[in-house]
Write a protein that binds this ligand. Structure first.
Ligand SMILES: NC(=O)c1ccc[n+]([C@@H]2O[C@H](COP(=O)([O-])OP(=O)(O)OC[C@H]3O[C@@H](n4cnc5c(N)ncnc54)[C@H](OP(=O)(O)O)[C@@H]3O)[C@@H](O)[C@H]2O)c1
Length: 311
C-alpha cells in the first residue's frame, strides 16, 4: 500500500500507517497556510513522505489536498490524518464533512478527536482558525468525550474515514473512553520526545492496541541541544534531530516532524538505527517536560485544565 515505507500495523483498525510523516501546522498569517504550505508539502511528497498530519484548526487541509493532487500521487498512496477541533464536538458529522471538503477527499485515513475536552471560542472562525480575542477558548462540560466518540463511530460507520482515534488523551481519559467505546481508538497522538517519554502511556496504549504518534517529536531546540543528543549525532555522523527521531522509531512510535525546508525534510526522512547502549542513554533523559502544550499561568492548556486532561 505504501511502497518503500516502513509502516506500523494499527491493531484496532486493521490498517497500516507509515512510521515517518510530515506535520503540517503553519502559522496563521499571510499565505503561510495556503500557497506556502502547499509548496513545502509538495517537496515532502517528492522526498518520499506518504503520511501527512493536518487538522481542521491548522488551516492547512486545503494545502494538503491540493499538494497531493498536484503531485500526481494516487490518493490511496498517501495516509492523511486530520482532527476534529474542540469547538466542533457537538457537530462531528458536519465537521468531518467540512474537513473532507477542505481536503477535496471522499474519505480520510484517520480522523482524530484533537482534544478530549469540548470548548467554545469567543468571536468568529476565520480561515478555519477559531478566533479567541481574549487569548483562550473556554472549556465546556458537554458533550463529554464519550458522546463525541459515539458520533465519530457514526462517521466511521458512514465510511467518512477508515479509522478513528484520539489526541492528547491520558491513561485516565482513555480508560474512561474505553468504558463506552464500541470501536477502540486506533491511534493516540500526543506530545512525546526524549524529555517527555510518557512510558506509562506508551505501554498502556500498546496493551490496548492503540498506536502512538509523537507530536513535537524533535523536542525543538530544547532537546536538539542536549549534550547527550549532540554527542550521539557526532558518533553516528547525523544531526541531533535524526538521533531523536530514530529513538522514536525504536519504540514503534510514529513521528510527524514539521519542516518547510527540503534539506531538513530529507534529513528527517532518512534515519539511522541506534545501538541499544545509545537508546539507554536517551531513555535516561526523561524529565516529564512538556514543551509544546504546557499549562499557562492559570494552569490551562488552550482553556482546558490540566485536571480535565489528566496530565
Ligand atoms: N495533536 C496535537 O495537539 C498537536 C500539537 C502540536 C503539533 N502537532 C503536529 O505535530 C507536528 C510537529 O510538531 P511541532 O511542529 O510542534 O514540532 P517538531 O516537528 O518537532 O519541530 C518543528 C520545528 O523544528 C524545526 N525542524 C524540523 N526538522 C528539523 C531539523 N532536521 N533540524 C533542525 N530543525 C528542524 C522546524 O523548522 P523548519 O520548518 O524551519 O525546518 C520547526 O521549527 C505539527 O506540525 C502538527 O502536525 C499536533
Amino acid at each position: 500500500m505504501y511502497p518503500g515505507q516502513r509502516v506500523l500495523k494499527l491493531s484496532n483498525s486493521g490498517t497500516s500507517c507509515p512510521l515517518i510523516g510530515l506535520g503540517t501546522w503553519a502559522p496563521n498569517f499571510g499565505d503561510e497556510r495556503t500557497t506556502k504550505a502547499k509548496t513545502w508539502i509538495m517537496t515532502a511528497l517528492k522526498t518520499g513522505y506518504r503520511l501527512l498530519d493536518t487538522a481542521y484548526s491548522y488551516g492547512t487541509e486545503k494545502a494538503v489536498g491540493e499538494a497531493i493532487r498536484e503531485s500526481g500521487i494516487n490518493r490511496e498512496e498517501v495516509y492523511v490524518i486530520t482532527k476534529l477541533p474542540p469547538n466542533h464536538h457537538g457537530r462531528v458529522l458536519e465537521s468531518i464533512q467540512e474537513s473532507l471538503d477542505n481536503l477535496g477527499f471522499k474519505w480520510l485515513d484517520m480522523y482524530l478527536m484533537h482534544w478530549p475536552v469540548a470548548a467554545t471560542y469567543e468571536g468568529e472562525e476565520k480561515e478555519n482558525e477559531p478566533l479567541h480575542p481574549e487569548g483562550a477558548p473556554k472549556a465546556v462540560e458537554l458533550p463529554t468525550f464519550n458522546e463525541t466518540w459515539a458520533a465519530m463511530e457514526e462517521a466511521l460507520r458512514q465510511s467518512k474515514c477508515e479509522a478513528i482515534g484520539v489526541s492528547n488523551f491520558s491513561i485516565r481519559n482513555l480508560e474512561a473512553l474505553l468504558k463506552t467505546a464500541r470501536v477502540k481508538p486506533a491511534m493516540n497522538q500526543v506530545e512525546m520526545h526524549p524529555y517527555l517519554q510518557q512510558n506509562d502511556l506508551l505501554e498502556f496504549c500498546k496493551s490496548q492496541g492503540i498506536a502512538v504518534v509523537a507530536y513535537t517529536p524533535s523536542g525543538t531546540n530544547v532537546v536538539r541541544n542536549d549534550p547527550v543528543i549532540v554527542e550521539l549525532a557526532g558518533k553516528y555522523q547525523v544531526t541531533p534531530t535524526q538521533i531523536i527521531l530514530a529513538w522514536h522509531l525504536s519504540r514503534d512510535v510514529v513521528v510527524i516532524p514539521k519542516s518547510h525546508d527540503e534539506g531538513r525534510q530529507k534529513e528527517n526522512f532518512n534515519l539511522p538505527t541506534l545501538e541499544d547502549e545509545d537508546l539507554k542513554k536517551i531513555a535516561a533523559l526523561d524529565r516529564g517536560q512538556r514543551i509544546c502544550n504546557k499549562g499557562d499561568e492559570n494552569g490551562l492548556v488552550w482553556g482546558m485544565s490540566l485536571e480535565s486532561l489528566g496530565w
